[in-house]
Design a protein around this ligand. Structure first.
Ligand code: PL3
Ligand code: FE2
Ligand code: FE2
Length: 245
């Protein structure tokens, strides 16, 4: 599990939208608010879809339905928190943009769900999406406005609970799951890479560096794969799917 360390902040120069002491962006500029309208929407949509996905997983794992419903409720709480963050800054979230952003993973999740592929569903939601959220929230916290920082700090702890849930289930079922995991990784990790690229420009406007997002994502994902039972060569091969896909 990666620690919640605070990254050194980017050095700023006058007029770049960051405050003079180089600590925090100016949250009131049109450029900041424009970027926030998409990032905030992505997070709201991501939390809503995460809720729906955990409820759906409960239909594939009926004996786990209660625990999954508990995880789902946490996602709705996250969603409400991030809606409040947008309201606090006076930003209207661009929800149609966010729905398009998640389309590939949503469709792959739905296809797997329809054919009862619980391993693929867990890889998409509990590993990929949660690791993506963890990296984004980690990198956002040091550059967030004080209101959003407090909310995001609470959320990121829960996301580890969600990542762990998938990790432990897949670890307990590793031999039966490994081929499907590798296949699901090949089909979905390239989408995560494209999502990172799609969000990088707006994230930079918020003070978040793309390299930091990638690094933190890979740490969380790779630590989960190690816990589940993959060796380092297998993990390197799985990560390489992001480069070729
Ligand atoms: C699952 O619990 C949540 C899924 C959400 C996915 C989040 C993607 C984040 C993209 C970059 C956001 C930076 C953080 C900004 C917070 C307002
Ligand atoms: Fe969440
Ligand atoms: Fe989550």
């Amino acid at each position: 599990m990666s620690s919640l360390e605070t990254k050194p902040l980017a050095v700023s120069s006058p007029g770049d939208g960051f405050s003079a002491d180089g600590e925090l962006p100016d949250f009131s500029t049109p450029a900041y608010k424009d970027a926030y309208s998409r990032i905030n929407a992505i997070v709201i949509e991501g939390e809503q879809e995460a809720h729906d996905n955990y409820v759906s997983l409960g239909t594939l794992l009926p004996d786990q339905a209660e625990e999954l419903a508990r995880l789902a409720r946490m996602e709705l709480k996250h969603m409400k928190g991030f809606i409040a963050c947008g309201n606090n800054l006076g930003v209207e979230a661009d929800m149609p943009f966010a729905q398009r952003f998640f389309t590939p993973l949503r469709e792959n999740f739905q296809t797997a769900l329809a054919s009862g592929k619980v391993v693929t569903c867990l890889l998409i939601q509990a590993l990929l999406i949660e690791a993506f959220a963890i990296s984004a929230y980690h990198i956002y916290i040091p550059v967030a406005d004080p209101f959003a920082r407090k909310i995001t700090e609470g959320v990121v702890k829960d996301e580890y609970t969600h990542l762990n849930y998938g990790q432990e289930w897949l670890k307990a079922n590793f031999q039966a799951s490994r081929d499907e995991l590798e296949q699901a990784n090949r089909e979905n990790l390239p989408h995560v890479r494209r999502m990172l690229e799609g969000v990088a420009g707006d994230a930079a406007e918020l003070g978040m560096a793309k390299e930091d997002l990638i690094e933190d994502f890979l740490i969380a994902y790779q630590e989960a794969l190690t816990e589940i039972g993959f060796n380092s060569r297998e993990i390197a091969r799985m990560a390489a799917a992001a480069l070729v896909g």
